[in-house]
Design a protein around this ligand. Structure first.
Ligand SMILES: Cc1cc2nc3c(=O)[nH]c(=O)nc-3n(C[C@H](O)[C@H](O)[C@H](O)COP(=O)(O)OP(=O)(O)OC[C@H]3O[C@@H](n4cnc5c(N)ncnc54)[C@H](O)[C@@H]3O)c2cc1C
Length: 468
């Protein structure tokens, strides 16, 4: 990388926050995306303010240097892998947290992790009720940039639903605030849909391709204290899917409601059952763990009774097994992920949303692909909002075997196309979806137009957002 460029970077951020050391760059060449090849950047810079970010983007535009914004580096689909000899802008030094108690909102800098924010809010009896399982390392801004979801989404939808506004630095160095805070006289973030079209939404899921988000304002809520953990069993996929719909229709506060195929829960329990103290169970065709949460205890009791009644009316069985939803909610699913890591598996993932009544089609397609290519893997999912279901298929493979590596890429490409044909929609528009997206040319053209307008020199995380 050009020495004068590095010297100018150091002038902006301070020498100690710029590095071209190979061992440092090695750390930034990869992410938690285990199945994607690392790429060495040319330099990393760690700005401490929005103004420094602005100066860095202006400089990168002037020199035509490819920029990859990076926060926690925990994304799984290669979004944060840098460009060869490009610049990584790591945003973890922006650590401000500002609570607006009367507006029920909080503004955080791009370096604040979910874990740090949750600790801060817990001391005040508050929370942000959607909480990704990677929370100890993933930042709130990073999760907004990928349009994430997680425990809590069954009731509150994806992370984006809780966003009130962002401060974003455009590639030309302009610093723009969206939402009610665009009015400098506003008391704080209280309304996202201000000033016409939803420009906040433009940056939700933008994967660092349109600019750098330096702050995000989020809704906060009173922390729920009363929880009911219960597992329900069904003999058919249709019953389980219907259960999810009726839970919504009856206004039950299902914070996290998953569906597991019998084989998948069997696989996990073989790995973890003893350790978690989950009794040996003859798992039914579909297992549905649900955590219900309420601020008031009497409301919780009514919800729990109604849920059990719906299950029985649909011909299901109330299995109990509270350890399972408790592990999902209190443990943020971490045990499942840990089990995969502990067994040394690499995964390929194809996160997508289905409708609840279509979720079995994802399970069927994923199972068929695993059978066809001979891969082990798992899939499960959770209710992710009003009428959507987040599926997270993981195909495991041995990265040391070059043949397997090629085979997994082929299987992944094929599966993206098959899932798309079942009506699935990608919510993290990672590049590998690009080949599968038929019939959305006008939409993708519009996205390209937006990208080219905001980033005419094409410096921001190119070829990531749906391959744009
Ligand atoms: C064990 C495990 C569990 C996970 N569970 C979940 C889960 O439950 N839900 C979920 O949604 N995800 C989950 N993930 C994926 C990952 O944690 C999320 O994608 C997370 O939001 C990424 O945040 P990050 O701070 O690590 O961002 P990074 O990985 O650093 O970046 C992610 C993307 O956002 C861009 N970006 C980063 N910072 C900025 C910024 N300031 N401005 C603009 N663009 C930026 C990057 O360029 C990249 O495209 C999991 C990952 C792991 C390893």
């Amino acid at each position: 990388m050009d020495k004068r460029f590095i010297a100018e970077l150091a002038k902006i951020a301070g020498e100690e926050y710029v590095s071209t050391r190979q061992d440092v760059l090695l750390a930034y060449s990869q992410s938690a995306s285990m199945a994607i090849d690392p790429v060495m950047p040319g330099a990393v810079v760690r700005p401490g303010t929005s103004q420094e970010v602005a100066q860095i983007l202006r400089l990168a535009t002037k020199h035509g240097v490819a920029v990859t914004p990076r926060s926690g580096g925990s994304s799984l689909q290669g979004e944060v892998i840098p460009k060869p000899d490009g610049l990584v802008v790591e945003l973890l030094r922006l650590k401000d947290i500002k609570l607006h108690p009367e507006l029920r909102s909080v503004t955080v800098g791009s370096g604040v992790t979910y874990g740090e924010l949750d600790k801060y809010l817990k001391e005040r009896d508050l929370w942000i009720p959607v909480y990704p399982e990677s929370s100890l390392v993933c930042t709130v801004v990073g999760n907004v940039a990928v349009n994430g979801a997680g425990p809590g989404s069954s009731l509150f939808g994806c992370t984006g639903e809780l966003v009130l506004g962002v401060e974003v630095v455009l590639p030309d160095g302009r610093v723009v605030q969206t939402g009610s805070e665009a009015n400098p006289n506003a008391p704080g973030p209280f309304q996202r849909y201000a000033f016409g079209p939803d420009l906040t939404g433009l940056f939700i899921g933008s994967l660092g391709a349109l600019g750098i988000i330096t702050k995000v304002s989020m809704k906060v809520m009173r922390r729920m204290k009363y929880f009911d953990y219960c597992t329900y069993g069904f003999d058919t996929a249709e019953q389980a899917e219907r259960f999810l719909i009726e839970v919504k229709e009856e206004d039950i506060n299902g914070l996290f409601v998953s569906i597991y195929d019998g084989d998948v829960i069997g696989l996990f329990m073989d790995m973890l059952g003893d350790e978690l103290g989950i009794p040996k169970t003859d798992w039914p065709h579909r297992t549905v763990p649900m955590t219900i949460g309420r601020v008031r205890e009497d409301h919780l009791k009514a919800d729990a009774e109604t849920a059990r009644a719906i299950c029985e009316k649909l011909g299901g069985r109330v299995l109990g097994v509270p350890e399972l939803p408790r592990m999902e909610w209190d443990g943020r699913l971490w045990n499942f992920v840990r089990a995969c890591y502990a067994h040394g598996w690499h995964w390929r993932t194809l996160y997508h949303h289905q409708t609840p009544t279509n979720s079995h089609r994802s399970v069927d397609e994923i199972s068929a692909t695993m059978d066809k290519y001979g891969f082990l893997g798992h899939t499960a999912g959770f209710h992710s909002g009003h009428a959507s279901f987040n599926c997270y298929p993981h195909l495991y493979f041995d990265a040391q075997e070059k043949d397997e590596e090629q085979k997994i890429r082929d299987a992944h490409r094929e599966l993206a196309s098959t899932l798309y044909k079942t009506g699935a929609v990608p919510f993290k528009l990672a590049a590998y979806w690009a080949d599968a997206l038929e019939g959305v040319q006008d939409y993708m053209d519009l996205l390209s137009l937006v990208k080219n307008t905001l980033d005419p020199h094409g410096i921001m995380n190119k070829n990531v957002l749906g391959g744009i």
